[in-house]
Write a protein that binds this ligand. Structure first.
Ligand SMILES: Nc1ncnc2c1ncn2[C@@H]1O[C@H](COP(=O)(O)OP(=O)(O)O)[C@@H](O)[C@H]1O
Ligand SMILES: [Mg+2]
Length: 261
């Protein structure tokens, strides 16, 4: 018997992009199997919405369920703190790193780059240098590891370096193109600064291949969570807002439940 969710996904799977399962059953159901392969997907959400947990769960599942190596670029949290926090979900990141199945790169030192970097007689502005450094680190590590999955968490600091819209769009296009060339399936975490419905749409949302939004609503003084696939090029998918929870084994999405605040 077909469920209502299956009816929302048209039966034209054959012409659609290859799927990379996220490892979260409910979300994979919403995506009709998983994320489109080798694309750049933006994950937007407020503080504590579970972006980091989701990123690690995606990589952990890639290694343990599909034998796919993963690269995680952290810009805010230290790798040791991350490993400690994720152990609560039963994910042994130290072991995966020892086995070279997962590499966590601490890119936070990029924040300390001076306003202008001198290279010989040239002076490079911090934002150009940090973008070059980030893309260089990602490329080198992804190739070394033969990475199939990649997470940059978060890209917020990078995009905020470009208050001017044209510059920001160019930087984002360059970053996304660089990631697409690597052949990895990419998640880029982005911190929402406004909650819906007044949320301001960011240029990276237009430029990415997909947008997943993790919403936190306050209802009767309690936070309730819901996820929505706003956009996912190359595949047909569910459009509904669906509830999710952060539970002891990570993120759980209830793909057959409607969200009522
Ligand atoms: N072991 C756990 N069990 C259940 N929920 C947890 C656990 N650890 C963290 N959380 C929840 O996850 C949130 C942090 O998620 P995180 O992925 O770091 O958010 P983000 O990256 O979006 O800021 C915490 O605020 C808490 O609500
Ligand atoms: Mg985070």
């Amino acid at each position: 018997m077909k469920t209502s969710l299956e009816y929302t996904i048209p039966p034209d799977e054959a012409v659609q992009a290859e799927r990379i399962p996220t490892g979260i059953k409910g979300l994979d159901d919403m995506l009709g199997g998983g994320l489109p392969s080798k694309r750049c997907v933006l994950v937007c959400g407020g503080p504590g919405s579970g972006k980091t947990i989701f990123g690690i769960q995606f990589l952990y599942s890639g290694v343990t369920n599909y034998g796919e190596t993963g690269l995680y670029i952290t810009l805010d949290e230290s790798p040791s703190k991350l490993s400690k926090d994720m152990a609560a979900f039963g994910w042994d990141l130290e072991r995966l790193q020892k086995d070279r199945k997962l590499v966590i790169v601490d890119a936070s030192p990029i924040r300390a780059i001076p306003a202008n970097v001198k290279v010989g007689n040239f002076s490079i502005h911090k934002k150009d240098f940090s973008m070059l450094s980030l893309t260089h680190i990602i490329k080198t590590k992804a190739q070394e590891l033969h990475a199939k999955r990649l997470v940059v968490d978060p890209i917020t600091m990078f995009v905020l370096q470009y208050p001017e819209i044209t510059e920001r769009r160019n930087a984002i296009v360059n970053l996304f193109e660089g990631l697409t060339d690597l052949g990895t399936t990419n998640l880029l975490m982005s911190e929402l600064r406004f909650n819906i419905p007044e949320r301001e749409i960011q240029p990276e949302e237009f430029l990415s291949d997909g947008v997943l939004v993790f919403h936190n609503f306050v209802d009767g003084g309690r936070i309730v969570k819901a996820i929505q696939i706003e956009k996912m090029r190359g595949i047909s998918h569910d459009y509904e807002l669906r509830p999710y929870k952060i539970v002891k084994h990570g993120i759980e999405v209830f793909a057959r439940e409607k969200f009522y605040k």
